[in-house]
Design a protein around this ligand. Structure first.
Ligand code: AMP
Ligand code: MG
Length: 320
């Protein structure tokens, strides 16, 4: 099992030695290694069972470090960095040669982010290299939002998990790039499109159903529990599955269903708050995945604010 602790010096020593540490961020827990060391980066792919065509996000301490790893920083993207960093926003920028091709899966752009979690900010200050860190879960499964989630799934494979408590956002970062002067959202995430558009005007959202290997966080089936997930109108789905005599659990946005036992339901936010729903989404899916039922019935949220990104994750969890 991995040790869970809050020792930043220990974490930085492990990273200096070329090994991996799980780190807390405001989005989800990451599996971090030295982004400039191809051997450490290889360990990340192996530990997660992640296909090498799925590029990694590089985490840096501050916006002033971006120029070390990128050739240019277009004004439109810089504006977003100024507005939202540190925070759940990842920017795609032309990479310098110092960033190994392994990190970007051979792409000419590198995904860069300044995370806002105080523990990981301190860690990034303590080391003299950036951290490549995908979510600290086996490829395709639900992302971890607590240290114990990492322990459950990767505890046998890594030495140390830095504990930063529950992730305050709970969804992966929103990924934005620029092509031919057009801002493009490649992955919906913890920063809402409406917040982005307030700063830079209308952006293009890449069709989220694509299995485009340019952005494999967008693979159709991803973020998925082992138990099948079916999306739709909850009342109707429950009726159907009752008739079929199948055992189910439910994931609802705000409505409580008294007739369903506590161990078989998750209400994401009784007040209908999108931020709270996002924070509870992945831990809720994990909880229901252990309920011992044959199917999880879930409903989509209203398509606004973080509801967009939450629905994206729910659809991917339901895709087979
Ligand atoms: P994860 O760290 O697991 O949240 O996944 C990182 C995601 O960032 C990948 O799955 C890609 O979708 C995206 N990504 C990273 N680097 C690039 C890049 N250079 N171009 C496009 N997408 C990228
Ligand atoms: Mg991931």
């Amino acid at each position: 099992m991995a040790e869970i602790g809050i020792d930043i010096h220990k974490a930085s020593a492990i990273l200096q030695a070329g090994n991996l540490v799980a780190i807390p961020t405001e989005t989800v827990y990451g599996l971090a290694g030295n982004a400039l060391d191809p051997v450490a980066v290889t360990k990340i792919f192996e530990t997660k069972n992640r296909p090498s065509f799925d590029p990694l996000i590089v985490h840096v301490a501050g916006v002033d470090q971006v120029a070390r790893y990128t050739r240019e920083f277009p004004e439109e993207l810089r504006k977003l960095a100024v507005a939202f960093w540190p925070g759940p926003l990842t920017l795609l920028l032309p990479k310098k040669d110092i960033v190994p091709d392994l990190v970007t899966s051979g792409l000419d752009t590198v995904a860069v982010r300044v995370p806002s979690h105080p523990v990981t900010s301190a860690l990034l200050q303590a080391v003299d290299f950036p951290l490549a860190a995908p979510s600290a879960n086996p490829f395709g499964y639900i992302s971890p939002t607590q240290a114990v989630h990492v322990q459950d799934q990767l505890g046998e494979k890594i030495a140390y998990i830095l504990d930063g408590g529950d992730c305050s956002v709970g969804l992966e970062s929103t990924i934005v790039g620029l092509e031919h002067g057009q801002l493009i959202v490649y992955r919906l995430g913890g920063l809402s499109v409406s917040a982005i558009e307030e700063v830079v005007g209308p952006v293009l959202i890449l069709p989220q159903s694509s299995s485009n290997p340019k952005s494999p966080g967008m693979l159709k089936s991803h973020y998925a529990p082992r138990t099948p997930v079916v999306l739709g109108d909850l009342d109707q789905l429950m009726e159907n599955y009752r008739q079929k005599g199948e055992e189910f659990a439910i994931l609802s946005f705000s409505k409580d269903y008294d007739e369903i036992g506590k161990e078989k339901k998750v209400v994401l936010s009784p007040q209908g708050d999108f931020g709270e729903a996002a924070r509870n989404l992945f831990s809720g899916m994990r909880f229901l995945d252990k309920a011992g039922v044959s199917v999880i019935l879930a409903e989509e949220l209203p398509e606004k604010h973080l509801g967009k990104a939450i629905n994206d994750r729910l659809r991917r969890a339901a895709a087979k």
